[in-house]
Design a protein around this ligand. Structure first.
Ligand code: SF4
Length: 750
């Protein structure tokens, strides 16, 4: 809360540029405050609050928010976190533009006819009355609430936002869209190999002598991690970047490989074969801490050559040998496994091959080493908001089981006669169309924008058209809102209490309510309480969610002694002094070599993997057969996360419109020139936009960033992405991922 520190700092500079809008002139220099000229500034003039960026981003930044007269004047990264280190990314610095955007949804609204734009303001009471009556109608007609679906994912990772799931449980057993679009194949792969997904502290990358960044672009998507990469480089480490696109991260590397997309497994196995032949295997690790290495070695000798890997990947054999030898000889060496490279029909198999490379060189369980993918080791909250009880006599799905999802911390409900009905979040449209007895007729959408991030957008529109009622909880008029009947305005991070941890680093940050909620916005748990009140008014006992809540008290209920001990704090209010870092025995995951696998060792050969229908060994798996001329790549942009941020005025200053990026040679063959307008089309749909020619993209690829440019734009990459499944993910998250980088299309000039 209010701080009485005074002094001079660089913040005056930030305050100045935010007032002048001059930050828009600073693209790509997001961490530059350290080099900025300090000017007079007194914190005494402000109330200072702690916030935490709740976006689905590696960095989960701790934020300091400066408020004057109830208005957020400016923000900065918290200095106390060595990870955030005083800086935010371009998205983070744009937060105040989000809070005060004139485009923000201000009141509950009802749309008379989907996609008509005929929105009218209603009171919270009217909105809740309409929603509650529909819930009661479903229950009466179906005898259960399985006709009520919830689709929610990662729009706000603040822990109390799991109250949305809690609200659903409070109503009864419902239908849940579960699983994860993000990282399921890799999660399964790491579970088979290591027994869990657990990465080293990213801050220990400075100790690495060799870093391979494989299918990740931290210069855009984890800007704070780049300082560790660059520091390791400064200390003499070599950095190799492997990506189908020459990214800003690639520009910072020493070596860049642009392999054939989805040939990652072949490349990793080719490197493994050379390490084996060169006698560079870490015998202590494979003999004492692993099982199945000899079988893996036999597989490599019988099936893999460096020349084969070169042919598959397009990377010259000599380069494969060189990098393999350097990687195996460096101590420690690490591989950052990006989420992009597992979004393929062979993505899980590729991650297993890369894990094997790290393990056979003895780099697992070592500081500065590791097969870095992600972790959930610091997520030990109570999930009080999530774990709500169904009303007496609630009827649900008989049989239990089903997908659970990566961030689902509920315990198995083996003893319950009824459960929620679960359907695959990666097949949202198909699930709505297919689900019967009862059909899904009402959908609640929160922390998610399905039309921007779910696959096969045309099919999604058809599916939504079958629904009686769609309720969206949102901050902006997105395409999902346009396909809804009711929209409820939700708070931003500065208007609610919660707490955040990361799936990458080891810090925890408090999120304080820094300003009074704007307009009529409410947090997700306040909305749940309001709905409960209305439900009970209309039908006493129909919802068990509390009808009045103090959000600060709810935050308190998320903590336990284990969390306090892990983070070395005695109470959550200690976090008002700044974020806290988990106290781990070592910065290295698996430092004690006590793996979570059935054997307790690293498993080159995994029987569990075999039982689940895959090869026991990390073998090569063919990718999806191309069904059109170009491969379509739709990764995240620098300026947003899915549909968030890109619509803000600051972002539009230097990211005004979407482009399709294309190799000049491929464009010439199609008669396309720079900045021509083209149509990209395939069996799913089409996208129209202008082209930018660049040699950063392979000749057989079309690149377009996933983005939402606001209601006036129809650009949507999901018009080209089908819901083909990746190979793994069902074991730990209940449903496989989506092969969203195994998509193909053709292009023509308009
Ligand atoms: S989007 Fe990521 S890097 Fe940017 S402020 Fe949020 S957590 Fe930090």
């Amino acid at each position: 809360m209010k701080e009485k520190n005074s002094g001079l700092s660089r913040r005056r500079f930030l305050q100045g540029i935010s007032a002048a809008g001059a930050a828009a002139l600073l693209p790509c220099r997001f961490l530059m405050p350290h080099s900025a000229q300090a000017a007079a500034f007194s914190e005494q003039e402000y109330q200072v609050f702690r916030n935490a960026c709740p976006r689905n981003c590696y960095d989960t930044c701790s934020i300091k928010t400066y408020v004057q007269d109830g208005v957020v004047k400016f923000i900065e990264g918290a200095q106390e976190s060595t990870f955030t280190h005083g800086g935010l990314c371009v998205k983070g610095y744009a937060y105040p533009r989000r809070v005060y955007s004139p485009d923000r949804i201000k009141y509950p609204m009802v749309q008379d006819g989907r996609r008509t734009g005929n929105w009218r303001r209603v009171t919270w009471d009217e909105a809740m009355d309409r929603i509650a009556r529909k819930v009661l109608e479903l229950k009466e007609q179906d005898g259960s609430l399985l006709g009520l679906g919830l689709t929610k994912y990662s729009g706000n990772f603040g822990i109390t936002n799991y109250g949305v799931e809690g609200m659903m449980s409070s109503l009864g057993y419902t239908t849940r869209f579960v699983g994860t679009p993000c990282w399921p194949a890799g999660i399964d792969a790491q579970n088979y190999d290591l027994g869990d997904m657990w990465c080293n502290d990213p801050e220990d990358m400075v100790k690495s002598r060799y870093i391979i960044i494989w299918g990740a672009n931290p210069a855009w998507c984890s800007v704070h991690s780049m300082k560790y990469v660059m520091e390791a480089k400064r200390r003499g480490a070599k950095v190799v970047v492997i990506d189908p696109v020459f990214t800003q991260t690639a520009a910072k590397g020493d070596v860049f490989w642009q392999p054939e997309t989805s040939s990652d497994g072949a490349l990793a196995l080719g490197m493994a074969r050379h390490i084996l032949d060169a006698g560079l295997v870490d015998r202590d690790f494979v003999n004492n801490h692993s099982v199945g290495f000899n079988e893996f070695a036999d597989y490599l000798r019988a099936n893999v050559t460096v020349e084969w890997a070169a042919e598959r990947s397009g990377i010259p054999a000599q380069q494969i040998r060189e990098v393999a030898e350097e990687f195996a000889s460096a101590d420690p060496a690490t591989i950052w496994i990006g989420y992009g490279m597992q979004r393929h029909t062979n993505g899980g198999a590729s991650v297993r091959a890369i894990d094997a490379l790290v393990a056979m060189t003895g780099n697992v369980g070592k500081e500065g080493g590791g097969a870095r993918y992600g972790h959930l080791r610091t997520w030990g909250f109570n999930y009080h908001a999530l774990l709500q009880k169904q009303p007496e006599g609630a009827v649900g799905f008989v049989g239990g089981g089903g997908p659970k999802g990566d961030f689902d911390f509920t315990k198995e409900e083996a003893a319950a006669s009824y459960t929620d009905r679960t359907v695959n979040i990666n097949k949202t449209a198909q699930a709505i169309l297919d689900t019967k007895d009862p059909a899904i007729r009402m959908l609640w959408v929160s922390c998610k924008n399905p039309f921007a991030q779910d696959f096969d957008r045309p099919k999604l529109e058809k599916a939504f058209d079958t629904l009686d009622l769609v309720v969206s909880v949102e901050q902006f008029f997105t395409e999902t809102v346009s396909n809804s009947d009711i929209v409820l305005p939700v708070t931003t991070l500065f208007e609610e209490w919660t707490v955040n941890v990361s799936y990458w680093h080891y810090w925890m940050g408090l999120n304080e309510q820094a300003i009074t909620p704007m307009f009529e916005t409410k947090s997700n748990i306040e909305i749940a309480a309001l709905l409960s009140k209305k439900m009970n008014e209309l039908s006493p006992g129909s919802c068990t969610f509390p009808q009045e809540i103090d959000t600060r008290e709810w935050l308190e209920k998320e903590f336990n002694q284990g969390i306090y001990d892990t983070f070395g704090i005695s109470h959550w209010t200690d976090l008002r002094n700044g974020p806290a870092k988990a106290r781990m025995a070592s910065s290295a995951s698996w430092h004690d070599k006590a793996f979570g696998t059935p054997s307790g060792k690293y498993e080159f050969r995994s029987e569990l993997c075999e039982q689940n229908g895959h090869a026991a060994l990390p073998v090569y798996k063919e990718g999806r057969k191309p069904y059109d001329v170009f491969r379509v790549l739709t990764p995240h942009t620098q300026f947003g996360l899915h549909s968030q941020f890109i619509n803000l005025d600051w972002m539009k200053e230097y990211n005004k419109e979407p482009f399709i990026y294309m190799h000049p040679d491929a464009a010439r063959e199609k008669g396309i020139a720079d900045l021509d307008t083209v149509r990209v089309f395939n069996k799913v749909g089409e996208v129209r936009s202008r082209v930018k020619l660049t040699r950063n993209v392979a000749k057989d690829c079309l690149l377009m960033y996933e983005a939402w440019f606001g209601p006036e734009s129809t650009f949507n990459v999901q018009n080209l992405v089908d819901d083909e499944a990746s190979d793994m993910g069902a074991f730990k998250t209940g449903a496989p991922g989506v092969a969203l980088h195994d998509q193909f299309a053709n292009v023509e000039k308009l």
